[in-house]
Write a protein that binds this ligand. Sequence first.
Ligand SMILES: *Cc1c(COP(=O)(O)O)cnc(C)c1O
Length: 380
Amino acid sequence: MTLELPIYLDYQATTPLDQRVLDAMMPYLTRDFGNPHSTEHSFGWKADAAVEIARKQVADLVGAQKSEIIFTSGATESNNMAIKGVAFAHHPSKNHIVTIKSEHECVLACMRSLEKSGFKVTYLDIDQNGLIDLEQLSAAITDRTSLVSVMAVNNEIGIIQDLKAIGEICLKKSVVFHTDAAQGAGKIPLDVDRMNIDVMSISGHKMYGPKGIGALYVRKDTAIIPLFDGGGQEQGLRSGTLSPALCAGLGKACEIALLEMEKDDIHIAALSTRFLDKINIGLNHVKLNGGIEDRYRGNLNLTFEDVKSDLLVADLKDIAVSTGSACSSASAKSSYVLKELGLSEKDISSSIRIGFGRMTTKEEIDEAVNHIIKVVQNLI
Ligand SMILES: *Cc1c(COP(=O)(O)O)cnc(C)c1O
């Protein structure tokens, strides 16, 4: 069997679309093109029925009620709505928010924007494993705090925060708990009730669904205001015409993820072990960034001592990997997440992220490892 090149190992930037997802979307891109908000004829009813089935599929993935799911354009929008929507709904009596230093760029950008509007934000440290200290979290919450926002799975290093413990603290202190679950939904078990999550952001294209769609889970009776005004769709929280095709795609992606999470997990853990074993046999001085436990196994952020990662990535022509997050790569800054982990500037500039998932094969992993070993040996 010949391998198809290039090999895609950048699953945190985006995932391939599952063929079953595309199949679920097609009717709404072609024959059933109606506007789901048209209530006067069957074109609208059909489109609306598709949206509502999808809403139930998204809700089921995270243990939510169907009425608590709002469709958005993706996790960036969901995060903006969650953070600003909850912050302003509690303003001015509560003006303080707690988050963590390793959040996704869009969450940190929301925080900076709120700071400009007069809010106070506490940014919690992460330890060398990538985890926050729960006592520090607890101590940071005051009676002026409205919101705690802590991501589920980190996009650069794959570390999973202890959402259940964080949720318990937030419940006890009566603050809203939001989690950016863009890298977690469909990959690790998430349950909004068991984890006391009040608001959760989901992205379609990080879980084998289409780009341009996401969801926001909002627990019933959570105080939140919409970001924009319009026709009042999505319970007044997100005006604008929904795309039934994109909704159906996200719904199908959630349905598949729920059914196949264990199977995906076993597959990905095996690939991860295989990759690490082989790379450590072939090369000395490769370091995994973040703890080995509490990790989504499809994300391996590695430091190749004394090798410049930009040269490594450039020389790995047929292997698509990245030096960090796709989201802030336009600015060519070095990774703030690795910095918070305690890496030196030198080690940060020697690190790459390898991401794989449902569609990755053993053969691709083997080929990629061989290639990386060869290129690294040339660069040392
Ligand atoms: C990709 C990503 C986002 C942004 O999601 P989009 O749907 O692309 O807007 C937000 N947070 C995390 C952790 C991500 O990985």
